[in-house]
Design a protein around this ligand. Sequence first.
Ligand SMILES: Cc1cc2nc3c(=O)[nH]c(=O)nc-3n(C[C@H](O)[C@H](O)[C@H](O)COP(=O)(O)O)c2cc1C
Ligand code: SF4
Length: 617
Amino acid sequence: MPLVPNVLAPILERHRRDGTRLMQILRETQEAIGWLPPEAITGIAKGIGWPRAKVEGVAGFYSFFHTRPMGRYRVLWSDNITDRMLGNRELMQAMCQRLWLEPGRVSEDGLVSVDTTSCTGMCDQGPAVLVNYRAITRMNTERVNQMADLIRSEAPVAEWPAEWFRVDDNIRRADILLDNALRPGDALKAALAREAETESAANARSWREGVHTDMHGPSAVLDEIKKSNLRGRGGAGFTTGIKWEACRHAPGDERYVVCNADEGEPGTFKDRVLLTRQADLVFEGMTVAAYTIGARRGYLYLRGEYRYLLDPLNEVLARRRDMNLLGAKILGRPGFEFDIEVHLGAGAYVCGEESALIESLEGKRGVPRSRPPYPVTNGFLGKPTVVNNVETFAAAALVAAKGGDWYRGIGTAKSAGTKLLSISGDAARPGIYEYPFGVTVQQVLNDAGAANVQAVQISGPSGVCVADNEFGRRIAFEDIPTAGAFMAFDHSRDMFEVARNFAQFFAHESCGFCTPCRVGTTLLKNLMNKIGDGHGTQVDINEIFNLARLLQMASHCGLGHTAPHPLLDTLEKFRPAYERRLKSLDFEPAFDLDGALAQARQMTGRDDSAAHLEKQS
Ligand SMILES: Cc1cc2nc3c(=O)[nH]c(=O)nc-3n(C[C@H](O)[C@H](O)[C@H](O)COP(=O)(O)O)c2cc1C
Ligand code: SF4
């Protein structure tokens, strides 16, 4: 295949034959050739000086890389429960019929393959598909038919109707974050300018144009972040100031800032909207973090499903370089040097876990590391690294601009600021809602036009399922913490099917590194299928509880720990949805153990039969 060396040479050169750039090298090679043939793997391994097996292992880990030929058109249907509620399965079936194709197979002429993928982050405008990894929203029968015709006539995807690729922001409620008046550079200027000023001069200028300026260099910025009580928005809610301080004081000559834009949790799409509408604020937050901890390099890890955002984000970065908000001597400050690069993921939910994300950034398989040590001391390339969620960085920029006290005054006692919620499912107005912390679930449902709701899955499958008697509870770290997903299910929905979809998700996304999770998530999925198919008994329910204990105790990372959550929640709150599927509530063994032992009991004169024991008790 002479094509391979010709394709590889410029790609390897562009990435300086640097192994930590392997993911980008593999992606660009695949984009050029259509898949990753053995010659390409060999060429890349030679080019970066890594063992071939290691490169092949990386290519095999990510679901968006293909080491076997794929269809020239690869259609992947987003398969979150909300896509299913919008009829994705029926539409996919119709597409396969029209293309004379089985799901999951490449057509014999190598033209097309149709399959499913985990949630693509378009739940507010589904059903969604990825075609050659480009997102298409609002699928319907008409689009399925037209798409099948375009594929059969081999029309280039770039020439398909532009309207299909439209991704709406659907911002329904904006607050301090989505409705801020900051211009690019405002937060950074506020962070930098105060060092030279006297206290009184700083106070005199404070709050000018809404920008609070009472700060004194990196440690003053850190003080403001700590004062703000900002907590991470990626799920765990760790205090941002403490994280930045630990990184700032960790020994080492190089430090890194990493923005986690993997956003793989089904039902979450708020980072997509932040990166579309507030990219400057996010990059500004990263730059403030770099100033605070003393980093010179930053990465934004963008999930592969958001490939369409890569060019616009690079344009924002280029503009910021032109404005001297990135690069050397930022805003004229000697020694303040920082730049950001966008790194594209390749379809692995586990890479949202911060240590797996760092592995992936280093060009490796996205397997979570053992912790401690934590990234703040041993992160990217073993150096101190701050990893924060997209929304956390955007909020940090606001704090840098307007001050910690101002920020802390919004929200509740333990949850400062606002939270973006991604609302989907049975709601008349799905989309992005920004609320000060403390809003009730009921209020959110009312605002989103969600009536007759029986349950809300908050923070995605790994979060919590809230039933209608709990809708007075509040979105806040002290009550219901969330990374942002808010999926509503009305009374027509079968909560067993919701939980089954989530069990399938975790089994699909387990990285396979540790046995309890690799085997446990698959067993949970199989049990849910068995019950769903009407072959389950009480024993299978008991087995779910046993496996849940095992996963929670013995898994290596948060994916395994949280995988049983949706099953345990729905078993507790929607038990009839399971029980009406069971063959029988009692265990009906095929083999009568008591009967088989009766003869032995007679011979030995011992009567410990179940009937006898029951009589005694
Ligand atoms: C399986 C798994 C997936 C995760 N996915 C994400 C994600 O997509 N985005 C994110 O910001 N954090 C995610 N996290 C949490 C990160 O590990 C980490 O806590 C977070 O990026 C820290 O940023 P924060 O302090 O700003 O929240 C995930 C964690 C686990 C265990
Ligand atoms: S718990 Fe699951 S996802 Fe996490 S390391 Fe183990 S196998 Fe991988």
